[in-house]
Design a protein around this ligand. Structure first.
Ligand code: ADP
Ligand code: MG
Length: 588
């Protein structure tokens, strides 16, 4: 490894390896497969760029984004002129041919390639005669359906690498849990890979989970968390577009400063303006959906607050990680209300695709004829996310082979029949996806409701076994003062408290669940307690129940929060199914 250190100084001008890099470089030099999991910015590229410059053969790097490849090739041009090249569809054929020739002659040592190239027989023939040492799959979570990106092109890479006789495969990603890592290793057929997972700790971030009883309680704690000017600039992530606007208004009023809203439903100009003003420090707080963040690189964000529990620990950590990029102390706060669980369950159930939905998309695609398909996403179904998921299942089952296409279309070749076997393969692929969603749900709630150090929990979630070494108070478990206080609550909200009148509400909920016939679900129970007048209430005479209307002075969110707490505490259980009903648990 002395050679590698020397080359590191010589080519890159870096003093030493960062954690994990030396192990990955050693594996790549020895021709062993490797799986490198490090967060964004930790230095994954070096793990293959350095060995590529030292090895006698060609390194192929597959990366999903042309712009990323261009940046890397330009950066390498300064480090090792003439040694890196790029083959893609944006370049004309003559340029691509010339690059391949220089690779064949041994001048180019790092060849960046878009994944769809491996579907081109011409390209495969051209590289076949070149001796390939490393075959690198960057952003390798794209091969795993469990990651948040899913690219059918990535399936073929394992075959292509072996067909080209690559000595070793190196897969790198920032977003793998041990689960996803295992899936990547399996799908790429990595052989006894060296596993490097490190660098996930953010020593300057404090973490706190803030349990909130109700929406009002949450708002007060958010205000108290952001009131100190030192807590800003701040990004507040909200669950829905409507929530961003509502919360931005409320926070703006209570903090007495300008608070921006940001979501994908705003026009392009409004979004750009909001982003620009936040970046420039003209407005210090932005309430946003997860659409905010791509390309936002503001170094001095002091607080990232989640106003609702995100769908996965990965999403949480990625967003929370936008705090404190400058290395100075910053906070990540997660405000959790148990009713967020209901929202997660709703989204998971909505994502479920059944055989009929799959068959419908398959039929429409196969009807195109001529061995190809080309359709608008909107023509295939109402929900673009579902359509894309189904296209992914069909690709997995070998029915189609997607080609690069504009965001609102799907295009590609038809490669198989939609027969019984394909149908079964799609069903199993859809089942995998659904199980993965439930797994994410369980992990994020285990994190929220857990009582172990938050930082350690996060590191272990990403497979990082290192000892956390925070330079700031660690988390709400290790340093409880990190939880923002709830300022004195107005009288009405106090009626919810455990030792205030809360007992009455709990008793009334239990009474409704017990007495309602037919049985009711969460929202109907809330409607009854608040004295709602829907047709269903009248039809089943729910308005004759003793507790009917007894909590009309509370918001539905407040009552629902209490129902969900009774569920979380195990006193009420749900029957599950399409129209879940509440029941008293055995224990109750
Ligand atoms: P990743 O792909 O993991 O997101 P990059 O490979 O783009 O990260 O590297 C992030 C930055 O860290 C780059 O600017 C790179 O030059 C720098 N870097 C990588 N390794 C080292 C090192 N050993 N010493 C100093 N800087 C490094
Ligand atoms: Mg990278």
């Amino acid at each position: 490894m002395d050679d590698a250190r020397r080359a590191l100084r010589e080519h890159f001008g870096f003093e030493d390896f960062r954690p994990g890099q030396a192990d990955a470089v050693a594996a790549a030099l020895a021709g062993r497969d490797a799986l490198v999991v490090m967060p964004t910015g930790a230095g994954k590229s070096l793990c293959y760029q350095l060995p590529a410059l030292m090895r006698p053969d060609l390194t192929l790097v597959v990366s999903p984004l042309v712009s990323l490849m261009q940046d890397q090739v330009e950066a390498l041009e300064r480090i090792a002129p003439g040694r890196a090249g790029l083959v893609n569809a944006q370049q004309d054929a003559a340029t691509n041919r010339a690059v391949l020739e220089r690779a064949g002659a041994g001048d180019v040592r790092l060849l960046y390639v878009a994944p769809e190239r491996f579907a081109s027989p011409g390209f495969l023939e051209a590289v076949r005669d070149i001796e390939v040492g490393l075959f690198v799959v960057d952003e390798a979570h794209c091969v795993s359906q469990w990651g948040h990106d899913f690219r059918p092109d990535y399936f073929r890479l394992a075959d292509a690498a072996r067909w080209l006789g690559a000595r070793a495969l190196l897969a790198s990603t920032a977003t793998a849990t041990p689960q996803v890592a295992a899936d990547i290793a399996a799908r790429l057929g990595l052989r006894d890979p060296v596993q490097v997972a490190t660098g996930f700790d953010r020593p300057n971030l404090s973490f706190a989970v803030v349990p909130c009883r109700t929406a009002a309680d949450k708002r007060r704690r958010l205000v108290s968390a952001l009131a100190d000017p030192a807590a800003r600039p701040a990004i507040v992530y909200a669950g829905t577009r409507a929530d961003t606007e509502r919360l931005a208004g409320e926070l703006g009023d209570e903090l007495g400063i300008e608070v921006l809203a940001y979501h994908a439903g705003l026009g392009r100009e409004a979004r750009a303006a909001a982003q620009r003003r936040f970046m420039a420090g003209e407005a210090e707080v932005v309430v946003a959906t997860n659409a905010f963040g791509m390309g936002v690189d503001k170094a001095d964000v002091r607080t990232v607050a989640h106003a609702s529990v995100p769908g996965s620990v990965e999403a949480f950590y990625q967003e929370a990680g936008r705090a404190g990029r400058d290395g100075l102390p910053a906070r990540a706060l997660l405000f959790a209300e148990s009713r967020d669980k209901g929202l997660h369950v709703f989204f998971i159930q909505r994502a479920e695709v059944d055989d009929r939905a799959i068959a419908q998309v398959a039929r429409r695609l196969l009807a195109s004829g001529g061995g190809r398909y080309d359709a608008g996403v909107g023509e295939l179904g109402d929900d673009p996310e579902r359509v894309r998921a189904i296209v992914g299942h069909l690709a997995r089952a070998g029915v189609i082979q997607p080609a690069p296409s504009p965001v609102d279309r799907v295009r590609g070749r038809i490669t198989g029949a939609f027969d019984g076997r394909a149908q079964a393969a799609c069903r199993s692929s859809a089942g995998d996806a659904q199980r993965a969603r439930w797994r994410q749900y369980r992990s994020v709630w285990a994190f929220v409701e857990g009582s172990a150090c938050r930082r350690t929990t996060i590191l272990r979630h990403f497979g990082d076994r290192s000892q956390p070494a925070p330079r700031v108070p660690c988390c709400d478990v290790c340093a409880p003062e990190l939880v923002p206080a709830a300022p004195a609550a107005p009288a009405r909200a106090r009626a919810l408290g455990g030792n205030g009148g809360g007992g009455d509400l709990d008793a009334a909920i239990v009474e409704v669940v017990q007495a309602a016939d037919p049985a009711v679900g969460r929202t109907r129970a809330v409607e009854i307690l608040r004295g709602g007048r829907s047709k269903v209430v009248q039809k089943y005479a729910y308005d004759g129940l003793p507790a009917y209307g007894s909590f009309a002075h509370l918001t539905s969110g407040e009552v629902l929060g209490r129902v969900d707490e009774l569920m979380a505490a195990g006193r009420l259980v749900s029957t599950g199914g399409r129209f879940p009903k509440l029941e008293l648990s055995e224990a109750a």
